[in-house]
Design a protein around this ligand. Structure first.
Ligand SMILES: [Zn+2]
Ligand SMILES: [Zn+2]
Length: 344
């Protein structure tokens, strides 16, 4: 089969002809119909996030049709439409048995620790294959399995409830899903904090109150807009100590700030005035859980979480096209996601 693989870091991905993977008794072989090209793939290629076993087929946002099932697989049939949960876990360690498989002792990420979806076929444990309803195109079924799933996990971690006001710091892929999901939860006012005018405009069209962080302190702007009260929930999706601190400072009493963006910087908080007397909470968010995916899939099926056609661009399973898409990701400022469709 054809696959596009990372052979050497800081070098373009290469096309290879490799055997169709064998499947174990609890695996399914999926014919890839769509594979999202993600920012983390650009980081793997650039050597920013380390990959130990090369060559490796990248791609962790995958949807397709089941081609073949292992001998012990029940409830999934050849021909079924599926989307893939990218974390393969053991199912039996102390974390897995509690449904916290993101901490699995022997967890493997598809497209990082084992071959991913930049290929014609992929084998995954059947537990990682989720039914993809006919209403969801394969392209959306692929890209929803990463940033959208993490945005949902962030909202779940904050125990977000209907009617609550929320501030979203950063309107990239995570923010684009977080805003729609917050609305699907019947949120109160949504504030989107950004410095990019195009993103602010797009957030406003999608029903958010745009907070231009270049114009004035976003915390002051949110406090003014909420009569001094602040928001119930803040999501930091950028990965900067400055915006993390702002996310905490704009909280109301009993507010929860979820930190999702990655940074090596330290943040400072004045415990008494900024946290303790409001009983505010700061919550770390990492990845998402298999248990959350059926709800996510239903939000997309019902149209509450949408990926309009103008936000999707399709490329073939072709090394040049994929490398160019990875190059473009480095400095993209729009919401357009590139999806590999092998048959194009
Ligand atoms: Zn991703
Ligand atoms: Zn485990």
């Amino acid at each position: 089969m054809r696959a596009v693989r990372l052979v050497q870091v800081r070098k373009p991905l290469e096309e290879a002809d490799i055997p169709i993977p064998d499947i174990g008794s609890f695996d399914v072989l999926i014919r890839v119909a769509a594979a999202g090209i993600c920012h983390s793939d650009a980081h793997y290629r650039a050597g920013i996030s380390r990959i130990d076993n090369l060559p490796l087929t990248l791609g962790h946002e995958i949807a397709g049709r089941v081609e073949e099932i292992g001998s012990d697989v029940a409830h999934v049939l050849a021909g079924d439409r599926v989307c893939v949960h990218y974390l393969v876990s053991c199912g039996s360690c102390e974390f897995c048995v509690r449904g916290l498989e993101q901490f699995c002792r022997s967890g493997q990420m598809i497209g990082k620790h084992r071959d991913g979806g930049y290929a014609e076929f992929i084998n995954v444990p059947v537990a990682n294959a989720f039914p993809l309803p006919d209403e969801i195109p394969f392209e959306a079924g692929a890209i929803m399995m990463c940033s959208s799933a993490t945005a949902l996990h962030a909202l779940n971690k904050t125990r977000f409830k209907a009617g609550e006001a929320i501030a979203i710091f950063g309107f990239g892929g995570l923010g684009f899903s977080a805003l729609q999901l917050a609305r699907a939860f019947d949120c109160g006012d949504v504030y989107v904090v950004e410095i990019n005018p195009a993103k602010l405009a797009s957030a406003a069209t999608m029903g958010a109150i745009a907070i231009d962080a270049r114009a004035a302190d976003p915390v002051e702007q949110i406090k003014d807009a909420t009569a001094g009260g602040g928001v119930d929930v803040a999501l930091e999706l950028i990965g900067s100590a400055k915006t993390m601190r702002q996310a905490v400072l704009c909280l109301a009493r009993l507010g929860r700030a979820a930190l999702v963006g990655l940074t090596a910087e330290s943040m400072s908080i004045h415990p008494y005035t900024e946290l303790i007397n409001k009983e505010a909470e700061i919550i770390g968010v990492s990845d998402h859980l298999a248990a959350e995916l059926p709800a996510l899939i239903e939000f997309v099926r019902s149209g509450k979480l949408r990926f309009p056609p103008e936000t999707l661009r399709v490329v073939a399973l072709d090394a040049d096209q994929i490398n160019a898409a990875l190059d473009a990701l480095q400095d993209s400022i729009d919401h357009v996601r590139t999806v590999i469709v092998p048959r194009v």
